[in-house]
Structure formats: C-alpha cells, structure tokens
Ligand binder design. Structure first.
Ligand code: NAD
Length: 471
C-alpha cells in the first residue's frame, strides 16, 4: 500500500506542517513527487524543546522498556516495508529490490541495536569502598543523515541513541526527506511524545541544528567537507560528536582468485546503489597476472546490468540521486576524458530526463588522477594494476580517507594478515559491505571520528559516570 502524499514533521508527537514547503524530485524523471516542510528556526527550537522535555522521563525509563519500544519500532518499519520502499525508490532512485533491502535493513537495525547491553564496570568492591562506572545518556541528540541510504543510516543513530536514554531531533537530507518523515509519523504512534522528533528543511537547517545551544551531541553522516563544518559549529557549545564521513575504499585483488567466479561480486562491490555508498569499492587494485582477464570479465558482466527507473521491473541500477551529485560525477568523467584515460565502458552522457550516468570503467589511470584520488560516489570505477603487494598496500593507504577496504584471495589466512595492514576502519576478506548493528563501524583518518554499531557505538551516546561509596 502506498502512503498518502502529505508529509509532515513530527514535533513533540504532533504532525507539524511547514510555513513553507519545498519540492522533492524523482531522480529518474525529474518530476516532483511530493513536498516536504521547510522548518523555520522556531520549529527547530520547538523540536529541541520537545526533546528536552521528554528527556528526564525517557532517561528514567528502565532500559528494558526502552529496548522493547525500539524493537516494536523495528517491527513497525518491517510491517510498512511495501509503502516505505516505493516512497524510497521515488525519492532516492534505487531499484525497488534495493529499497526493500534498505527498509528491511532499517527495521532489522532497530531490532538488533535494541539488544545491546550497556556495560557497568566495578572498579573496586572492598571492605573500604564500592566504586562503579556506568554510562549515562547525554541528553538531546541532533542526528543528520545523507541521501544515499536515508533510512538505514538514520536508524544507525536512532536505535543506539534512544536505547542509551537520549531523546533526538532527526534531520534527513533535503534530497530524500519523505521516507524519514513517514517514519517519524510511525514512531509517534509507538514512542512517548518528544522522544523522537523529525524535522526537514533546506541548507539552513543543518547549521541551525549543529549550532543549537540545547543540543548535547551531534551524530552526523555525510561528506568529509561537511563534517569539518559540523565540527567547527559544534565547538561553540562543546557538543559531543560522532562523524561518519567519506571514503575512497580500495580493493586488492590477488593473483590466485577465480576470475570468472569473482567478476560479478567485484562489480557489485563497486556499483551497488550506483557507487553511492560510503563503503563502495572506489579503487580496484588488480594483480598484473589477472588484470586482463578480470578486466574482460568485469566489462562483460557490466554489459548485462540493466540501468533504468528503479520503479520498473528488472532495473538493477537507478539514476544518481540528485543534480549536484550528477554534475560532480559528470565532471570526473570529463576530467578522465580530457586527460586521455582509456574508457573500457561508459563515459558518455545522455540527454534524456533523469540523472542517469552509464556504468563507466577506466583502464589503469595514473595513481595521481582525480578518479583515483577523489571520492567519486557514482558509477565510475578505476581499475589499477599492481605487481607487488607491498606497493598495492602503500597505494591503498596513501589516502586521506580510511573508511573501508577489501582483500580478495583464495588464501584467506594470508589475506587476513594483509587486511590488518590497511589503514581503514573496516577491512573485509572475500566479501565487502557487510555491516551489523552488533559491530563497531567507523572511519580512520579523515573518514570520521567515533563509531556506530556494537557496544562501542552505544557508548558514544553516553558519558561515563563513576559512583563511589565509602564503606
Ligand atoms: P553532505 O555532507 O552533503 O550532507 C549530509 C547531510 O548534512 C545532509 O542532511 C545535509 O543536509 C546536511 N548538511 C549539509 N550542510 C550542513 C552543515 N553545514 N551543517 C550541518 N549539516 C549539513 O553528504 P551527502 O552528499 O548527503 O552524502 C554523501 C557523503 O556522505 C559521501 O561523502 C559519503 O561517503 C558520505 N557517507 C558516509 C557514510 C559513513 O557511514 N561514513 C555513510 C553514507 C555516506
């Protein structure tokens, strides 16, 4: 069942419309699919005040009750998977099957995160003294999500922040606000008023939120560039921060792999969601012994993939999500062409409506080229040749980013040892992009600060408090 086409913010448990609204566009055909409220500063203040009012009672609610409500919220997302997935495809562009995967992942994330325990450390239990360190909530969390996985990345924040006893004001990207607004309406039927507020708006809203004096922590997912701005504006009130930022993930493909069997997996490592994944493979280092056959197998597989409107049956890749990102991707393609790099596939631009970029594979461009050094966040993959594994590791690590990476080999012991030499927050062997609510995920270097997921991710929504009793 599809949702109705009216979208409101959720503030203090109430549906609130904007004084003005802004258009949300379907990236597959550039038509307006709905209008989202453009929050005023007063509406943001009201959302923060509602979260502040709800905080004492929510923090005092026994953790097992909070757990049960977050689990129930996960069930509500799963129960609405059909409507939410259609809405997500229409605003994000990803095919229905992928949108279903994302909404399912969002529900699963809430349910999984709700099971994590908050640890208590007993520091001393002697005849003289008892001392324990526990982890108490921070207060009001401002959560900011990007447009590539609007729902699942928002749930990375909602589950742990609420479980730890915080309340929240959640802001989706202006390119993909609609699914999150509907989620807010669902949440209002389950959570006490004010525990989770959802606000939408244009470019002014993020800075208002990160500067807000009554927000205690900001959890941000987005680009490294915006992450720096968030850190600057959070400094005025010393807000706690978690920053999940950009990546330029290398894959290292060793000479012993079964090229034919692997080509499809490697293709999707780079191209799932059109490469618009922070942990997509963005540089593929392939050993020279298998470079030619792997290149051919990748191109042959790529030619079988159907690109189109995500709402159409059989589409495997949709459009780029929005015009600014579309322009960035086209600029990288132009740069590669101007520099004379060899295109194995793609590289041309279509005049049809929609932000479509063809699957593009570039043959061994120079290491210093923009397509290797920058985060493309689109369907363009540079294939790079290496002959010596130490050189491949050095090139993989020569990046300001350090989010994810992967190593592919039949010798998984050796590959595991190689994985540990890569400076990334997560390194996978013979798979990629596997995330769970029960394991820490985050970036090294300029890919972020702090983690989401696991006990470590839960603790980021708390502050340590040591209680000491003299006997
Ligand atoms: P973005 O940085 O442009 O925007 C992210 C969010 O920040 C949006 O909600 C936006 O409205 C908001 N925002 C923009 N300017 C702001 C400001 N000055 N203050 C506060 N908020 C502001 O990122 P994007 O283009 O939406 O997403 C793509 C980027 O996100 C890529 O770099 C990708 O690698 C990264 N990303 C990282 C992860 C991760 O977990 N590390 C996950 C997904 C995406």
């Amino acid at each position: 069942m599809d949702f109705d086409k009216s979208f409101s913010m959720t503030i203090g448990g109430n549906a609130v419309v904007g004084a003005s609204m802004f258009d949300v566009v379907n990236p597959a055909n550039e038509t307006v699919i709905g209008q989202a409220p453009d929050a005023t500063k007063e509406q943001l203040d009201a959302a923060v005040a509602a979260a502040r009012r709800a905080f004492p009672a929510w923090a005092a609610t026994p953790i097992d009750e909070r757990r049960a409500l977050i689990d129930k919220l996960g069930d509500a997302v799963l129960a609405n998977i059909d409507g939410l997935k259609r809405l997500l495809t229409s605003e994000q562009g990803k095919p229905h099957a992928d949108a279903e995967g994302e909404i399912g992942g969002a529900g699963y994330w809430l349910k999984g995160a709700s099971t994590i325990e908050l640890p208590v450390t007993v520091n001393e239990d002697s005849a003289d003294r008892y001392s324990e360190t526990r982890h108490v909530p921070l207060g009001v969390v401002g959560a900011i999500a990007p447009w590539n996985f609007p729902m699942v990345l928002a749930m990375f924040k909602v589950g742990p922040a609420l479980l730890a006893g915080n309340t929240m004001v959640l802001k989706p990207s202006p390119f993909t606000p609609l699914t999150t607004l509907k989620f807010g309406e669902l949440a209002a039927t389950i959570l006490p008023p004010g525990v989770l507020n959802v606000v939408s708006g244009g470019d002014h809203l993020g800075p208002w939120l990160t500067e807000h004096p009554d927000i205690d922590k900001v959890s941000f997912t987005g680009s490294t560039e915006t992450g720096r701005r968030v850190m600057r504006s959070a400094s005025s009130t010393l807000k706690r921060l978690t920053l999940e930022l950009g990546g330029n993930d290398p894959a290292i493909v060793m000479p012993d792999v079964d090229v034919e069997a692997l080509a499809e997996k490697l293709f999707w490592a780079a191209f799932t969601n059109n490469g618009q994944i922070c942990i997509a493979t963005k540089r593929m280092y392939v050993h020279e012994d298998i470079y030619e056959p792997l290149k051919e197998a990748l191109v042959a597989y790529a030619k079988t993939v159907k690109v189109g409107d995500g709402a159409e049956q059989g589409t495997q890749l949709g459009p780029i999500n929005n015009r600014p990102q579309y322009e960035r991707v086209l600029d990288l393609i132009r740069d590669a062409r101007d520099n004379g790099y060899k295109f194995l596939l793609g590289g041309e631009q279509s005049d049809a409506p929609g932000f479509f970029v063809p699957i593009t594979i570039i043959d061994n461009p120079p290491e210093e080229s923009r397509i290797v050094q920058e985060e493309q966040f689109g369907p363009i993959l540079p294939l790079l040749k290496f002959s010596n594994v130490d050189d491949a590791v050095a090139r993989a690590n020569a990046s300001e980013y350090g989010l994810g990476a992967s190593v592919w080999s039949r010798d998984d012991e050796a590959a595991f040892a190689l994985a540990a030499r890569i400076q990334s927050g997560t390194v996978w062997v013979n798979e990629t992009q596997h995330l769970t609510p029960l394991a820490a995920f985050g970036g090294m270097k300029q890919s972020g600060m702090g983690v989401e997921g696991g006990t470590e991710g839960l603790l980021e929504y708390t502050t340590a408090q040591t209680l000491v009793r003299r006997r």
